[in-house]
Write a protein that binds this ligand. Structure first.
Ligand SMILES: [Zn+2]
Length: 277
């Protein structure tokens, strides 16, 4: 009896000593990695929207890597090659020619936002007449839940109208985003389509890294049409809203990025690129 007891005490002391030694030798891992489960409440961002406006269209993160950071999101591809929509962990390209393509893991992206969508609440958005009214309805929920957080939203349903745009791939030397869109933007006015709108909300303090407020992309259920949302009319749809409190930024480290002067205010270019106004 007493021998067994002693053995247990020694084993515990040894385990404690090993744990201490381990801590001393290697830097502490973040809690989320120690736990062995992924932290799903992080808004992951590749580069800055402000860098994209300057023509830094070179992809820096692969689609495969993007999938490790989320299952839902938006962005664009190397060379500003169309609009990225991530739904259910699949990455789709709504291309400039109007086609939608499933993108392989080795493709790269110069800008995007993704997270894992775990809805904190749902909102019936049926019958909303415009994109402006839709974002106003979502803003009400954001005001209630806290406007200084990030949000990912997915709106599934039928849309009487969906006005989207995309753009053709750019060649080097890359133009600014405003010039690229002026030359190579394409518009698609869809009617009575079933699909998913994927949106990201950035809080007001994000104006120098992204744009404040909502940014939506769309893809049809049959994955044949889609793009960056300019306007829409909702027939019957439900919004799944995911409040996200953490932010992870992956800077590209490209020559173009390193040499860009980010003290310049690019808000007018960002607005033009986002709204086409
Ligand atoms: Zn977009």
């Amino acid at each position: 009896m007493s021998t067994a007891k002693t053995t247990i005490v020694v084993a515990c002391a040894l385990a404690g000593a090993l744990a201490l030694a381990g801590c001393a030798q290697t830097p502490a891992e973040p809690a989320k990695e120690q736990a062995g489960t992924q932290n799903r409440e992080i808004m992951f961002q590749v580069s800055l929207l402000q860098s994209l406006t300057e023509g830094d269209f070179e992809g820096s993160v692969t689609v495969g890597e993007l999938k490790k950071h989320g299952d839902t999101g938006i962005g664009t591809f190397d060379g500003l090659d169309g609009e990225l929509v991530m739904v259910d962990g699949e990455v789709w390209q709504a291309a400039g020619d109007g086609k939608v393509n499933n993108m392989a893991d080795d493709k790269t992206i110069p800008f995007g936002n993704v997270t894992f969508l775990d809805a904190d609440e749902t909102l019936d958005v049926s019958g909303i007449a415009s994109f402006k009214d839709l974002t106003a309805a979502l803003d009400k929920r954001v005001e209630a839940l806290g406007p200084n957080n990030f949000y990912a939203v997915r709106i599934d349903g039928t849309f009487a109208k969906m006005n989207v745009r995309s753009e053709y791939k750019q060649e080097k030397p890359y133009p600014t985003i405003v010039d690229a869109l002026a030359a190579d933007q394409t518009f698609f006015d869809l009617e009575n389509v079933e699909g998913s709108m994927v949106g990201v909300y950035c809080p007001p303090y994000m104006t120098s890294l992204n744009s404040a407020g909502w940014h939506f992309h769309f893809v049809t259920d049959d994955r044949k049409q889609g793009g960056h949302v300019l306007d829409c009319q909702v027939d019957k749809a439900t919004a799944s809203i995911d409040l996200t409190k953490e932010f992870d930024l992956a800077l590209p480290g490209s020559e173009k990025f390193e040499s860009t002067d980010f003290t310049v205010d690019r808000s007018a270019d960002v607005k033009k690129a986002e709204t086409n106004e």
